[in-house]
Design a protein around this ligand. Structure first.
Ligand SMILES: NC(=O)c1ccc[n+]([C@@H]2O[C@H](COP(=O)([O-])OP(=O)(O)OC[C@H]3O[C@@H](n4cnc5c(N)ncnc54)[C@H](O)[C@@H]3O)[C@@H](O)[C@H]2O)c1
Length: 282
C-alpha cells in the first residue's frame, strides 16, 4: 500500500463538510473496487475524506461462483480521484491482512474517522436442503467474517478518534438481513448475522462517541445483482425488482448516498439499520 503523507486535520466537528482531500480525515471502504463500494468511495472523497479503498481483487480466483473485482477495477477507482484514494489489495476474510491495513493507517495517516464494510458475495439458487454446505461456508466467510474482521481491526482506531470528528462504522447489510428471499437462505442467514453484528457492536461502544449503523440496500445495479439473476436463471436483472415498491433497480450512487448519510449523521443513527431499498412490498 502506498500511503500519501498525513493529511491536515480538517475542521473538527464539520462532519460532512466538503474540503480538500483528507481534510475530513481518513475513511476505509471494503469492497471498494466496484459497485456500491466504488460509489461510496466517490461520495466520501467528495466529502473531503482520503479513502483507503480495500478490495480482494480476486477476479476469477474466488469461491463466489462468479468473478469478483480485479486490480484494474480498483486502480480505476483510485485513478478517478488522484491523491484522494489509496488502493489496497487485501482480503477482508483474513484478519491478519486487515490488521496490517489498520497498522499502516495508524502509522501513516493516524486519523481513521469512517469505516464502511461493504465487501461481500452472493450465492445460492436452490432450496436450503439442496444447498451445498460449501455455499454457506463461502458466504459466511465473505459476508460476515469480513465485517467482523473489519470491525475487530478498525474499531480500536475509531475509538481513539476525537469525539468532535464523530467517527462512524457502517456495515452494508441487505434486504436479505430483514426478509426471507427465495432460494437465498444462506445469504439471508448471513446477512441477518451482519445485522446482529451491527447491533452487538453498537451496544459495545455505548458512551464512547462512535456511531455504528447498517445500511440495507434493495436490488441495486451491480455485478452482484447480475450474479443473482444468473442464480435464478434469468436473462437480466429486471425481474429481480418484483419486491421493490419503486418498481425499478436502484443505482449504486443512490445507495451510496444513504451510506454517506449514515457515516456522517452522527449519534442519531446509532444502532440503526437504515433502509436503502426503494420500499419492500412484503
Ligand atoms: N447489489 C445489490 O442488489 C445488493 C443488495 C443488497 C445488499 N447488497 C450489498 O452491498 C454490498 C456491495 O455489493 P455490490 O452489489 O456492490 O457487489 P459487487 O460484487 O459489485 O462488489 C463487491 C465487492 O466486494 C469485493 N470483495 C468480495 N469479497 C471480498 C473480500 N473477502 N475482501 C475484500 N473485498 C471483497 C469484490 O471484489 C467486489 O469489488 C455487499 O455487502 C452486498 O451484499 C447489494
Amino acid at each position: 500500500m502506498t500511503v500519501a503523507s498525513s493529511p491536515e486535520r480538517g475542521a473538527a466537528g464539520s462532519a460532512g463538510a466538503a474540503g480538500a482531500a483528507g481534510s475530513a480525515g481518513t475513511a476505509l471502504v471494503t469492497g471498494a473496487a466496484r459497485g456500491i463500494g466504488a460509489a461510496v468511495t466517490r461520495r466520501l472523497v467528495g466529502r473531503g475524506f482520503h479513502v483507503v479503498a480495500v478490495d480482494s481483487c480476486a477476479g476469477e480466483d474466488t469461491d463466489a461462483g462468479y468473478p469478483l473485482a480485479t486490480r484494474a477495477d480498483l486502480d480505476a477507482v483510485a485513478a478517478a480521484h488522484p491523491g484522494a484514494v489509496t488502493p489496497v489489495v487485501a482480503d477482508a476474510r483474513d484478519v491478519a491482512a486487515m490488521r496490517t491495513v489498520a497498522e499502516r493507517i495508524d502509522t501513516e495517516r493516524g486519523d481513521l474517522t469512517v469505516v464502511v464494510a461493504g465487501a461481500a458475495i452472493i450465492g445460492g439458487g436452490d432450496a436450503l436442503w439442496d444447498t451445498d454446505d460449501a455455499v454457506l461456508d463461502a458466504i459466511w466467510r465473505s459476508d460476515a467474517v469480513t465485517v467482523w474482521n473489519t470491525a475487530k481491526t478498525m474499531v480500536p482506531l475509531l475509538l481513539r478518534q476525537e469525539a468532535a470528528r464523530r467517527p462512524a462504522f457502517v456495515a452494508i447489510t441487505s434486504g436479505a438481513g430483514e426478509h426471507g428471499l427465495y432460494h437465498l437462505s444462506a445469504y439471508c442467514m448471513v446477512k441477518h448475522a451482519v445485522v446482529g453484528l451491527v447491533r452487538g457492536l453498537a451496544a459495545d461502544v455505548v458512551g464512547q462517541h462512535l456511531t455504528v449503523a447498517g445500511v440495507s440496500p434493495g436490488s441495486t445495479d451491480t455485478q452482484m445483482l447480475q450474479a443473482t439473476a444468473r442464480l435464478y436463471h434469468l436473462d437480466g436483472i429486471e425481474r429481480l425488482v418484483q419486491e421493490q415498491a419503486i418498481g425499478r433497480v436502484l443505482e449504486p450512487d443512490e445507495v451510496a448516498a444513504v451510506v454517506e448519510f449514515a457515516a456522517l449523521a452522527g449519534p442519531v443513527v446509532h444502532g440503526s439499520i437504515l433502509s436503502a431499498s426503494g420500499g419492500f412490498r412484503s
